[in-house]
Design a binder for this molecule. Structure first.
Ligand code: DQA
Length: 149
């Protein structure tokens, strides 16, 4: 089996289910993990699902991914909009990254319209709730099949 896809979640995503359910829905992070892992199993890929509230830890996981993952699905939460350090880490990982957000960040406050992560990503999926994670996994798997340009 190929190396796992790292599914990394940033700050406040441990609060899913309780946090602004009108925006983020009622599924908990444990529910998201279960949906991701059962979808991954059904399409025959391994995943390594993690969440942290720490920018440094998220960056260290991206460094780890360079040698241990085949790609990254990343919901970096608010670090998406603020972290040049995370952008630099993603560039250094030299791996395909799909950015995901539960909410449609472009229909929200203007400070959410810019993403540093997007500049290092193959593509971005947002606004589809938890389903965005399985869409992101599928997008990454499709991307693996493409010959290098
Ligand atoms: C989010 C969108 C971000 O703007 C926000 O800071 C989050 C969650 C999402 O999944 O919709 O924490 O990444």
């Amino acid at each position: 089996m190929s190396p796992p896809i790292f599914v990394l979640n940033g700050p406040n995503l441990n609060m899913l289910g309780k946090r602004e359910p009108a925006i983020y829905g009622t599924a908990t992070l444990a529910d998201v993990r279960q949906i991701v892992e059962s979808h991954a199993a059904s399409v025959g890929v391994a995943t390594d699902f993690r969440q942290t509230n720490s920018e440094g830890e998220l960056i260290e996981w991206v460094h780890e991914a360079r040698d241990r993952a085949s790609g990254i699905v990343l919901n970096a939460g608010a670090y998406t909009h603020t972290s040049i350090a995370l952008f630099d880490a993603l560039k250094s990982a030299e791996l395909p990254v799909v950015e995901v957000h539960l909410s449609n960040i472009f229909a929200r406050e203007s400070f959410r319209h810019h993403s540093y992560v997007a500049m290092a990503a193959v593509g971005v999926i947002c606004g589809f709730g938890v389903r965005g994670y399985t869409m992101a996994l599928d997008a990454l798997i499709e991307h693996f099949k493409k010959p290098a340009a």
